[in-house]
Design a protein around this ligand. Structure first.
Ligand SMILES: [Cu+2]
Length: 462
């Protein structure tokens, strides 16, 4: 039995950081300078055993799959020295982070094979949450993620109201293997490739932190905070823990205002969630976290086993006596509403199969032009009979409604899974960081085939 072992964490900043928490003088008063976090990430081919019984060629960040878990604090100044030792161009995209466009790792800024690039950004107040990082090169994102390039990124706040609750990272991914344990990519022109291009590539093996069916230990009555990331290329998880309810406390951009009880959680690829899980089972009992059937497919390519629940991990309740109940704060943090009366632009994004607004991605074409400081409403309409998860780079937004039904509460999101024939609307404010920003379907095969557009945010004229 294996226990849930999060990927190795780059926390030992003392070893890696150039400078930590110096102090300075500003306006005659002592003030703390930002902590500078400096680290090196290398993407390179190597061989690893991802499933028992075989080794496979992989592409890995710092030699591991998933890549190291990065942890930053609000206020940090981050410098990442990236070294591309792959045989092809790549980038690192910091999914969900509100940082300058030049450090976003978009397909417009490829790092050549053998090349190096420094990603430099500040972690702003209010950014605490669960994020992830992955390559975003033009047309090759699906391949590079399938080969092993992805990792978790956690930002912590000094005033986190539930910081004392023990925490587990649950980084979900899936992959397809040959019987010898080699990563199985479809041959060019094969029927499997055609299916993957429609559905997005799904794997036959489901991983939690790179492990198959690991165990999380818990004590009866104990509450744990689970940070869940869906790093799959296309798979949508519908999570349920037998005999348990969850308290959802957060999503893509961090904590909610209030905890929300949920029996199950649909998490589309690219999305994150924070759940509080209280072990209600007796000492010595166990429960399985499963993904339940979720029909995101068109009927023509829906997998034959789509309606089979899949096990993800075992929650093992220890033999120790139950612990006393924990009081969960009713208020987590305020989320100010973006002011929809200040909206200066409305944008209409229409998904058809493989296209956005009838067009394929063109790196030399700006599709939408916005102004720094503007508040905008975006309407994303899905014309087709399969889900397309929408992702906007660089900015967190607030979902307003789906098919005209208002969202029940406010939250910061960078993803919205636009379901079959659904229309979703969100409000976003371009408070900082002019530049070119991608928006796209996060099914990696769709994104690679051009289901992506470019938003240019320009500084306001003075
Ligand atoms: Cu799509």
């Amino acid at each position: 039995m294996t226990s849930v072992r999060p990927p190795r964490t780059i926390m030992s900043f003392a070893l890696l950081c150039a400078l930590v928490s110096a102090t300075g003088v500003a306006y005659g008063r002592a003030r703390a300078l930002p902590r500078v976090v400096e680290l090196t990430i290398t993407a390179a081919p190597t061989r690893l055993s991802l499933v028992p019984g075989g080794t496979t060629e992989v592409l890995a960040y710092n030699g591991q799959v998933p890549g190291p878990t990065l942890e930053f604090r609000e206020g940090d100044h981050v410098v990442i020295h990236f070294r591309n030792r792959l045989a092809e161009a790549t980038t690192i995209h910091w999914h969900g982070l509100h940082i300058p466009a030049a450090s976003d790792g978009s397909p417009m800024d490829p790092v050549k094979p053998g090349g190096n690039h420094d990603y430099v950004f500040d972690i702003l107040p209010g950014a605490a949450g669960t994020y992830w990082y992955h390559p975003h090169p033009d047309g090759r994102t699906g391949y590079q993620v399938a080969m092993g390039l992805f990792g978790a990124l956690i930002i912590r706040a000094a005033d986190d109201p539930i910081a004392s609750i023990p925490e587990k990272l649950i980084l979900l991914s899936d992959n397809r293997f040959t019987p010898r344990g080699v990563v199985d990519l479809p041959a060019e022109g094969s029927p499997q490739e055609e299916v993957d291009e429609v559905n997005g590539r799904e794997g036959n093996v489901l991983f939690v932190n790179g492990q198959v069916m690991p165990t999380i230990a818990i004590r009866s009555g104990e509450v744990q905070r689970w940070r869940i990331i869906n790093a799959s290329a296309a798979r949508v998880y519908r999570l349920a823990l037998e005999g348990h309810e969850f308290l959802q406390v957060g999503t893509d951009g961090g904590l909610f205002e209030h905890p929300v009880p949920v029996r199950e959680l649909v998490l589309a690829n690219g999305e994150r969630a924070e759940l509080l899980v209280r072990a209600t089972g007796a000492p010595g009992s166990r429960a399985v976290l499963r993904t339940l059937p979720y029909d995101r497919y068109v009927p023509q390519t829906r997998p034959a086993d789509w309606n089979v629940p899949r096990d993800l991990l075992t929650l093992q309740v220890s033999d120790d006596a139950p612990v006393a109940a924990l009081t969960i704060p009713a208020r987590l943090r305020p989320i100010p509403a973006l002011d929809t009366t200040k909206v200066t632009a409305r944008r209409f994004i229409v998904f058809s199969q493989g296209m956005i607004n009838g067009k394929m991605m063109d790196m030399h074409r700006v599709d939408e032009r916005g102004r720094l400081g503007a508040t905008e409403i975006w309407q994303v309409e899905n014309l087709v009979g399969m889900d397309h998860p929408f992702h906007l780079h660089g900015f967190q937004f607030q979902l307003l409604d789906r098919n005209g039904v208002p969202e029940p509460f406010r939250a910061w999101k960078d993803m919205v899974n636009v379901r079959k024939h659904e229309t979703a609307r969100f409000v976003v404010r371009f408070d900082d960081y002019a530049g070119m920003w991608m928006y796209h379907c996060h099914i990696l095969d769709h994104e690679d085939h051009g289901m992506m557009g470019i938003l240019e945010v320009t500084p306001t004229r003075r």
